[in-house]
Design a protein around this ligand. Structure first.
Ligand code: NAP
Length: 443
């Protein structure tokens, strides 16, 4: 039976998970592939570091460069993380013509264009299934399964930490800080949680998916990002009373004029954003709880599809890495190094629209004086901005002369809404900064 040798850089959460999964199911993989993948070596920083799954010392090296250069290493998996040395690791392997598997979304977000270019030049493939949504095979789905579709919409719950926090805030009426502390204690949140709760981890992943789905490189700085730090229990409860659930979503929406003529005229225009959104509690994404991830994809041919599973963790992520290793092994077996290229820029005039131009519905929570004529003043400002109100709720039971006023609007671009909120904030009857959360209805 033909054999290929795999060298892994990184023996931490993901690396040791891959070692464990390979030990458990390597023989099964071999029988499915008709070839063996031999895990030849694992490069780490230090031999004596504690690992989620123990790795025999005989497999370890602290010299990743020599491992990558070993002539008998056929495939390299970069599971070290970071964006500096990891870039060198991937480029070195590609330079040597070796296929690379990576789980590193931060690296792809920062240097993806360069790495895909290097892969193209060396005709060695670059696989990255584990970089988005852990064990969910969403890259393969977009890269291969939906190759005959235009992806018109993609909505992803792609950060397990945020979804865990929002789930518990809703279910237990707990505050953000308390749930974050608990998430940290349980190992779901880092000591510095900003990468997760401020939306940057979701940005890395949604940028990769947007680039892949729309065929031009989506630069992270063009993606509008809002995290969940500012969300209050009040908004979670008002949303629930209105029939909605708040989720942190990565959003990709085609914003081009429909049809071939429009696209040809000025390339495709897409919205790519990360923000907390009200979604109908009856929608399937509202039932995605705790650390689970889910990605809803709408293609113009396939219609609506949904992918659900664990978005991180040593085992789920190892599953995705092994899938990529299997593809790389088959490429080598059949001499088809770029059977499915890692990323094909096919939309050269594509662009991400600024958030100011993106259109959505809005949930607004205002804190205003409880006196006649307030609603009329607010409605006049929104009307001048051409934003029409869909419904208004003034919850009862608030003592004192300051009350919350909840408005749901119809669709409008972000720019006039921001302008209107600015004017509302300056009204004499306004008593606190207005809260705005976008509403996604999946229409
Ligand atoms: N954790 C997850 O659930 C998850 C999910 C999806 C994707 N990812 C991605 O997977 C990658 C790895 O994450 P992780 O959680 O496994 O990280 P980790 O637990 O911190 O492990 C990193 C590993 O890389 C090794 N390493 C770091 N620098 C090295 C160097 N210069 N030379 C050799 N080895 C080096 C470390 O060696 P020592 O062990 O000696 O310190 C360690 O084994 C990241 O890009 C991450 O974003 C992680």
């Amino acid at each position: 039976m033909k054999q290929v040798n795999l060298g892994i850089i990184g023996g931490g959460t993901v690396g040791s998970g891959v070692y464990h999964a390979w030990r458990q199911n390597g023989a099964l993989m071999a029988s499915r592939l008709g070839m063996r993948v031999h895990l030849a070596q694992i490069a780490v920083k230090a031999f004596d570091e504690p690992r989620p799954y123990p790795i025999p010392e005989s497999l370890l090296t602290t010299d990743w460069r020599s491992m990558v250069r070993r002539p008998d290493i056929d495939i390299v998996a970069e599971l070290a993380g970071g964006t500096t040395v990891a870039r060198d690791m991937v480029l070195e392997a590609l330079r040597l013509g070796k296929p690379v598997v990576t789980a590193n979304k931060a690296l792809l977000s920062a240097h993806g264009e360069e790495l895909f270019e290097a892969a193209g030049q060396s005709r060695a493939n670059l696989y990255y299934e584990a970089s988005v949504a852990g064990g969910i095979p969403i890259i393969k789905a977009i890269r291969e399964g939906f190759v005959g579709n235009r992806i018109t919409h993609l909505f992803g719950i792609v950060n397990g930490t945020c979804n865990y926090i929002l789930t518990r805030m809703k279910q237990e009426r707990a505050g953000f800080e308390a749930v974050l502390a608990e998430a940290h204690r349980l190992g779901y949140a880092e000591a510095d949680p900003s990468l997760d709760v401020d939306g940057h981890d979701s940005l890395h992943k949604i940028g990769i998916l947007a680039s892949l789905a729309h065929g031009f490189w989506v630069r992270p700085e063009t993606v509008h990002v809002e995290g969940i730090r500012g969300l209050s229990q009040a908004d979670i409860q008002f949303a629930e009373r209105l029939g909605y659930t708040i989720k942190l979503l990565g959003i990709i929406k085609a914003a081009s004029p429909a049809g071939r003529a429009g696209r040809a005229a000025r390339g495709s225009r897409i919205q790519v954003s990360v923000y907390p959104a009200l979604i109908p509690s009856s929608h399937v994404l509202a039932s995605v709880h705790h650390v689970f991830n889910a990605i809803f994809v709408r293609g113009d041919i396939v219609g609506d599809t949904l992918f659900y599973g664990r978005g991180a963790g040593k085992d789920a992520t190892a599953s995705a890495v092994l899938s990529d290793v299997a593809d790389a092994a088959l490429d080598l077996k059949f001499g088809t190094p770029c059977r499915v290229p890692p990323f094909v820029p096919h939309e050269r005039a594509g662009a991400v629209i600024p958030i100011a131009q993106a259109v959505s519905r809005y949930y607004l929570r205002l804190t205003v004086l409880d006196q006649p004529g307030v609603l009329a003043q607010i409605a006049a400002i929104l009307g001048r901005a051409r934003i029409s109100i869909a419904s208004v709720i003034q919850p009862e039971g608030h003592a004192g002369d300051v009350v919350p006023l909840i408005l749901m609007t119809h669709e409008a671009p972000n720019a006039p809404l921001a302008h209107a909120l600015d004017r509302i904030q300056r009204l004499a009857v306004n008593r606190a900064p207005p809260v705005m959360i976008r509403v996604e209805s999946f229409d």
